[in-house]
Design a protein around this ligand. Structure first.
Ligand code: GRF
Length: 221
């Protein structure tokens, strides 16, 4: 696939950027239908900025703090940058900023987020703590289209892990993060290649589940 046919993607980060890194590395594969054209951080000290630069990706910092409570003014600056960079798709990857309905509308059906839980369970923060406190046996991560409501929106892809009896927040988070690094690039590949459509708020895809599609937890031995 030539570069002119690839969807131009901007990744928005606020922190360490491990999902961003997974997307950048996946997009290097021949035939990947998207290229990471830009990384934007709303924090100048986000660790992911350095990693993106090391990969030769253009980075921009648009500090959100000086805009204070004027969220739309920040988003207009962001929107100007995305437009100037001819961005087709936006991937939120640990972007710690609530988005206004105005900005979400600009990117309707073209903005993805990754959330560390099997939505619609555990929207919001501290998902792993809450899953462990509830004693759920299966947990995971979700890639979804962004809608004005937080941690909602058409689900593109989910990945699950079995919760172990001796899991701590850290061990569970690490296994879920590994799943995130797999499903975010896969979901971007699917979306960028035109493999999904949204019907009545639900994401439909040609892709099916794996042949061995059961995950039962705990395993009884
Ligand atoms: C991830 O757990 C992601 O699911 C959530 O924020 C975290 C970002 O981590 N939205 P990283 O910056 O991608 O390492």
């Amino acid at each position: 696939m030539s570069d002119t046919e690839k969807r131009r993607v901007a990744i928005l980060i606020s922190g360490r950027g491990s999902n961003m890194t997974a997307l950048i590395e996946a997009a290097k594969a021949q035939g990947f239908p998207a290229e990471i054209a830009l990384v934007v951080s709303n924090k100048a000290d986000a660790g992911g900025l350095k990693i993106a630069a090391q990969h030769g990706i253009t980075t921009t910092v648009i500090e959100s703090r000086p805009f204070g409570t004027d969220r739309e003014a920040f988003e207009r600056a962001l929107q100007d940058k995305l437009t100037a960079s001819r961005i087709d798709l936006v991937c939120l990857a640990g972007f710690l900023r609530l988005l206004t309905p105005w900005f979400v509308k600009q990117w309707e059906g073209r903005m993805l987020n990754i959330h560390p839980a099997l939505l619609p369970a555990y929207r919001g923060l501290h998902t792993h703590e809450r899953a462990l406190a509830d004693g759920v046996k299966i947990h995971g991560a979700t890639v979804h289209f962004v809608v004005p409501e937080m941690d909602a929106g058409p689900i593109v892809m989910q990945g699950a892990v079995a919760v172990r009896a001796d899991d701590t927040v850290e061990t569970l988070a690490a296994r879920v993060l590994a799943v995130e690094h797999q499903i975010y690039p896969d979901a971007l590949r699917l979306v960028a290649s035109g493999g999904v459509r949204i019907e009545n708020g639900v994401c439909r895809t040609r892709a099916t589940g794996p042949a061995d599609d059961r995950l039962i937890s705990p395993a009884v031995i």
